[in-house]
Design a protein around this ligand. Structure first.
Ligand code: HEM
Length: 422
């Protein structure tokens, strides 16, 4: 274990129990994190729908900007158009994402920013850690105990803020467990995660945290190479394709990407699901009466409140999309949230309806970069909901709470979910 982390834990002299109590709710860092990235746009959907109807593929007016010709940016709003882009990685490259996600924070080998053939090889190697068998194992060993632990802490209280008490710590505990990190390092891991996730606004803090996390993981990786265990770091260290293995740098890049890709998105999607249901008590009651509806509720909430509203590609060649000419070098913004409310695909798309006939949405992207954590995210959300219905009877929004709501324009989720139960 990293000596710095161990020394900090020892100096603090915290018992493991106290450590666990605090690791869930370092409210001050949490608030800073959420201020950083969420913003306060409550309902971007009317504007997105108007844009989708008026011009499904729209060129951003850059006439007032310098170098307008070099800087063409297009927005794509419709479901089918977005799928067309996502399926054609040759015309629409992901390579610029590495610059956007800042190679100095995540490392140079970011899967999100790879094109084929590099992407195909790398994805095949890292996917071994996400196979179905591993997921079943994590469900039992990690996800259920994490949910139980967090709910046990609040069960006797009769009230909680499900964001600070549950949705925020939950995916960090699961991810740290998947990586096989020692339990006593969890609080430090959470601090690093928050610092890295805040890279949009506090760059230096993120760069430092990324460096520290890399040094920390390097020690763990060396240990796992000597003595493999049942965890993602061991899986990645053993993964092999045509006699080739992942380098240490490739492994670090992947592990660091799991923070924004796996922790932040699931934190947001779980909060969105809980808010969507709590603010529609009749649909929550329907789930209590028929638990078989839970997977549908999970999927509908991921469609209805898309956690990550847009992703980007860059045109490698001049092309045409929905009759609009897109010059080579243009940035193409895929408005996932708009596509998930496309009326040509869903009836009454602006209604949250767990009874609707499910159709694939695009919150997890699509094509070859389709989210690698899709089954994990669904499993985490399903188990969170199931256990909350079991453990928190009569769960409801606190009627005296200060206006809980979902907000954000790039990422969306509630900043607080004050609830009563029992
Ligand atoms: C509801 C929760 C989640 C949402 C909404 C989500 C969304 C997405 C989206 C939209 C992409 C595609 C990005 C692009 O094509 O540019 C993606 C890719 C990815 N996601 Fe997720 N994600 C979620 C959960 C997770 C989890 C839990 C993990 C892992 C622990 C994860 C790991 C990844 C990885 C590694 C990629 C890159 C795949 C590739 O480039 O081939 N995600 N995710």
């Amino acid at each position: 274990m990293d000596t710095h982390v161990k020394a900090t834990a020892d100096q603090d002299g915290d018992s493991v129990a106290a450590e666990r109590d605090r690791e869930a709710g370092d409210d001050s860092v949490f608030e800073v994190f959420d201020e950083d990235v969420a913003g306060d746009v409550r309902d971007p959907y009317p504007e997105l729908a108007a844009a989708r109807r008026a011009h499904p593929v729209q060129r951003l007016d850059t006439s007032n900007m310098p170098h307008a010709d070099d800087a063409a940016v297009f927005f794509v709003y419709g479901y089918d158009d977005i799928q067309e882009v996502l399926r054609d990685g040759k015309t629409y490259s992901s390579a610029h994402i590495i610059d956007m996600l800042m190679g100095d924070i995540m490392g140079k080998h970011i899967i999100l920013g790879m094109d084929d053939p590099e992407h195909r090889r790398y994805r095949a190697l890292v996917s071994t850690a996400f196979r179905q068998k591993a997921l079943a194992n994590w469900e039992e060993r990690l996800i259920v105990p994490a949910v139980d632990e967090l709910l046990d802490r609040i069960a006797d209280r009769g009230r909680a803020d499900l964001v600070t008490d549950f949705t925020f710590p939950f995916p960090t505990i699961v991810t740290a467990g998947m990586l096989g990190l020692p339990r006593e390092d969890l609080r430090q891991f959470q601090r690093w995660s928050i610092a890295i996730l805040g890279f949009h606004t506090h760059r230096e803090r993120a760069v430092n945290a990324a460096q520290e996390v890399k040094e920390y993981l390097a020690e763990i990786l060396a240990e796992r190479r000597r003595e493999p265990r049942e965890d993602v770091i061991s899986d990645l260290s053993r993964a092999e394709l045509d006699g080739e293995k992942l380098s240490d740098e490739e492994i670090f890049s992947f592990l660091r990407l799991l923070l924004p890709a796996g922790i932040e998105t699931t934190y947001r999607s779980t909060g969105n699901m809980l808010y969507s249901l709590l603010s529609r008590p009749e649909q929550l009651q329907a789930l209590r009466d028929n638990r078989a509806l839970i997977p549908r509720a999970v999927e509908e909430s991921i469609r209805f409140e898309t956690p990550l509203l847009n992703i980007t590609r860059m045109a490698t060649t001049t092309t045409v999309l929905h009759d609009v000419r897109i010059p080579a070098g243009s940035t193409v913004m895929l408005m996932l949230a708009a596509a998930n409310r496309d009326e040509s695909r869903w009836n009454d798309p602006d209604d949250f309806d767990i009874f609707r006939t499910p159709r694939p949405h695009t919150s997890f992207g699509g094509g070859s970069h389709n989210c690698l954590g899709i089954h994990l995210a669904r499993t985490e959300m399903r188990l969170a909901l199931e256990k909350m219905l079991d453990e928190l009877p009569n769960l409801r929004l606190d009627p005296d709470a200060d206006d809980p709501h979902i907000s954000g324009q790039v990422f969306r989720s509630p900043a607080a979910l004050p609830v009563l139960f029992g």
